[in-house]
Design a protein around this ligand. Sequence first.
Ligand code: GRF
Length: 191
Amino acid sequence: KNIVILISGGGSNMAAIAHAAVQGRWAERFNARVAAVISNKPEAGGLKIARGLGIATAAVDHREFAAREDFDAALSREIDKHAPALVVLAGFMRILTPGFVAHYAGRLINIHPSLLPAFPGLHTHRRALEAGCKVAGVTVHQVTTELDHGPILAQAVVPILPDDDAAALAARVLTQEHRIYAQAIEGWLAG
Ligand code: GRF
């Protein structure tokens, strides 16, 4: 079972998943492996990390495509070279077209840094602080055509502390992202 991870930036979630695949012996237990890491940004730092881990990488630069559909088609051609059982969005900062989502229905998941359905979209930590929330967190969910709204697979809660700013809260949430994304994928593989 090939897992393809899509990133746009540093790829810390991708790295956590790649390490969990080794620690959790996914190859032996589930015949599963991280087959490729693909980014819409050729300069994404996570591509270097993936290469360092011996994982195949590719970049499909969204700036080369006029239409969103053309980018998504090129991206799925690259993904499908690996015949993925699961496509994992990890810090992937593109809104995907309904055609792309339909093509990977049931095997496309995402991680979002809030307790959905609260705070879909961007700047989730600043918004939670502005709303006076006492807790924040992270959600792993199936991707549907409605942004940040698919069936929830896993969530984790973190406290918001009195002197938190967005950066402090983001760091606390990111630690939980790394933990529950790998756990959710392992649960999916074992399911
Ligand atoms: C993180 O803030 C995460 O919440 C969101 O994308 C950001 C970068 O993630 N999913 P990563 O370090 O590139 O995995």
